[in-house]
Write a protein that binds this ligand. Structure first.
Ligand SMILES: Nc1nc2c(c(=O)[nH]1)N[C@H]1C(S)=C(S)[C@@H](COP(=O)(O)O)O[C@H]1N2
Ligand SMILES: [Mo]
Length: 264
């Protein structure tokens, strides 16, 4: 049995902000300006400039503003979240090979989910509580997307995931789109949950493939929710059940101190 030695529990909500800052400083060209302008506009809204006492004229002041904002909570991240702003996408040539594996256990303990008996359970505030087979899910319209996955452990990588628009999926099952949360239970006992605006974001995908192939076990067969607007730990692999609820469901790392919103 492999024991992970990375000191993960030391990470708190500030890690999320550090990741955001990393992203700003690594952004390039037009993206860079767009993001900086976006942040400046957002942070200025509601008098945040006064609150943080800086002019937000360069990335450092944006960074320090973000650091102060790190003491604020998930509600503020939810407020900053722009449902129409798209995360960067990349050409296939930029895909990181091999794409890293990560989980709360080692690679020798990757869960093997059987395709034949697999049914995705859908419960909670949905019109249509039921179990969906993989062929049913594969028959739904699929989208490919090349995006950057950022892990709070200090790495990021570009990967290509394919799957169903999650907004389309939620409408398909008759989810109450005014509910606060969508929760996920995974075959490896991992669990997490997200806010409804992120669930409905156009780049949030219920993915069944990685780089044109069925999702391999290490990347979460049979299904991973992929959100380029959120950090790695918010992207559940091996999804077994999805539930829509107004009761805060927390998450595996979130319950141990990771920031719940986990946006990047
Ligand atoms: N079911 C499950 N999903 C999970 C995890 C996990 O341990 N179990 N780890 C999360 C973390 S911290 C990261 S960085 C990514 C890693 O995904 P990858 O193996 O495709 O790189 O999966 C996320 N989703
Ligand atoms: Mo991660």
């Amino acid at each position: 049995m492999a024991i992970k030695t990375t000191p993960r529990l030391a990470i708190d909500g500030d890690a999320v902000l550090k990741e955001a800052i990393l992203r700003i400083s690594h952004a390039d060209g037009a993206n860079h300006t767009t993001r900086r302008d976006f942040l400046r506009r957002s942070l200025t809204l509601g008098g945040l400039t006064m609150l943080t006492g800086c002019t937000l004229v360069d990335d450092n002041s944006v960074a320090s503003a973000l650091m102060r904002i790190s003491r604020m909570n998930d509600d503020v991240q939810g407020w900053l979240f722009d449902p129409n702003r798209l995360a960067p996408t990349y050409p296939d040539a930029m895909i990181t090979r091999p794409f890293p594996f990560n989980a709360y256990y080692g690679e020798d303990e990757i869960r093997q989910v059987e395709e034949s008996g697999y049914r995705l359970e859908v419960t909670g505030m949905v019109a249509d509580k039921r179990k969906l087979s993989l062929p049913e899910l594969r028959a739904m319209p699929q989208i490919d997307q090349v995006t950057r996955h950022i892990c709070v452990e200090g790495w990021s990588a570009i990967g290509k995931w394919g799957g169903i628009s999650f907004a389309h999926f939620l409408r398909h099952i008759g989810a109450d789109l005014h509910a606060r949360y969508v929760g996920f239970k995974c075959a490896d006992d991992y669990f997490t949950s997200i806010d409804m605006p992120t669930a409905l974001h156009p780049q949030t995908l219920l993915t069944l493939s990685y780089d044109g192939q069925p999702l391999p076990p290490k990347y979460g067969f049979p299904m991973k929710l992929r959100m380029p607007t959120k950090l790695g730990y918010k992207n559940p692999k091996h999804i077994q059940a999805i539930f829509v609820t107004n009761t805060y469901p927390g998450g595996y790392w979130e319950n141990q101190g990771y920031n719940w919103f986990g946006g990047s």
